[in-house]
Design a protein around this ligand. Sequence first.
Ligand SMILES: [Mg+2]
Length: 399
Amino acid sequence: MMAGIDLVELKTLKDFYALMAASREVRRRAVADLVGGRPVDGDITASLSNLLASLEAVEEIDGRKRLSLGGGRTIGLDMSYEIDEARKDIFYLEEGEETFLEMLGDFHPGFDDHVDRGRELLRGVDLNCLVSDRDGTVNNYCARYLTSIQSVYNAVFLTRFARAHVRRPVILTSAPLDGLVRISVSPDGEFYYAASKGRECLDREGGVRRLAISPEKQEAMDGLNARLTELTGRPEYEKFTLIGSGLQFKFGQSTVARQDINGSIDKAESEGFLAVLESLTAELDPGARNFRIEDTGLDVEIILTVETEGEGLKDFDKGDGVKFLDSELGLSLADGASLICGDTASDVPMLETALGLSPDARAIFVTEKKELAERVTGLTDAALIVPEPDMLVAILGTL
Ligand SMILES: [Mg+2]
C-alpha cells in the first residue's frame, strides 16, 4: 500500500505546502498508471478527494484562505488553482477522458473551435522539438510556484503528445530548476526540464546541463544573493518572501516578489521596495556591467548580463536559452519542424530564435492580449492564438 492522502486540518502555511507536495506523489502514480495503460489504483481518487476536502475546509476571510505563519501572524491565500485542479483531476479519473473534454468544452466558450484549429495546425507533423513555457501556457496559473503541482490530466495529455509526435520535448521556464522538478508529475525521462530561462536543464537521463557562467559573474551573483537574503530577513521586508514568487535564487538570475496577483501589498510599499532593490543593485554594480533589472509589476528580476555576438552586453532572455539548448541537447531546430508555445512577451524570443534557424517553426500562444497576439502572428503564418492553457493542452493531448 502506497502512501495516500488523509483528510487533514490545515492550520499553517507549512501544512499546506506539505499537503500539496504529497499530492504530487499521488498524482505521479496516477499518471504512471494511465500512460502505462494500467488501471489507476483505487485509493488515488480517494486521496485526491481528501486533498480537495482539506483545501476547501480552510477558513476563508474576505475571499482568502487564512493560514497561520506562526508567532501569531496569519496570511490570506488564493487557493483557486489548487482547488480547481483537484476537482478537475477527480472528474477526469471518475468520468473518463471523453466526458472530461466535454466538461472543458462546456466551461470555456469556443473550446471546440480553438482545439480544431490547433489540430489543423499540427496535422501530420513530426516535430524535432517542442519548446514550451510552463505557467500560463501548458499549465494554468497558480498564485504560488511551489504549490502549482501539475494535474493528472495535464501530465497525461502532454506526455502522450511528447511520446507520439516529438523527438525532443522541452519545458522551458524562467523559474529555478529545483522547484520545477518538484511540481511536475509526468514520468521521469519524458521531458527536458529547462529552467532559469534555459540557462540550466535537467536532461531525460537525469543529468543537469548548465550554461557556463564566468567566475567573476558568479561571484557578483553570490554577492547579490547574500545581500538579498540579508535584506529580506529584516522584519519590514520579510513579507515579500511569502507572497507570489517570493525570493528565488536561479542560475544567473534572482527574483524577488514585490506584489502578488491579488495586490496583497500596499501600492506605495511595493514601489518603495522596488526602489530599495534598484539602489542595492546600483551599489553592487555601479557600471551596470553585471546586472539588468526587469520589473514585471509583481516580480523584480535581477538578471546576469551575457556578452552576445552582434548585440553586445544584454540581459539573458529565453531566446538565448533556446540557442544554448539547441546546441547542448541537439534539438535540431535548423533542420525540421518545431513547435514553440508561450503566453507572455518574454516567450516571444523563443519563437524568434526558432524562426531564425528554420522557417518550419510553428507557434501556439495562450493569450487574450491583442498586442501580444499580433506580435506572434506577425512573425509567422503558422501561428495560433488560444485564450486558455486547457485549450492548448487539449490540442496536444488529442492530436
Ligand atoms: Mg508563462
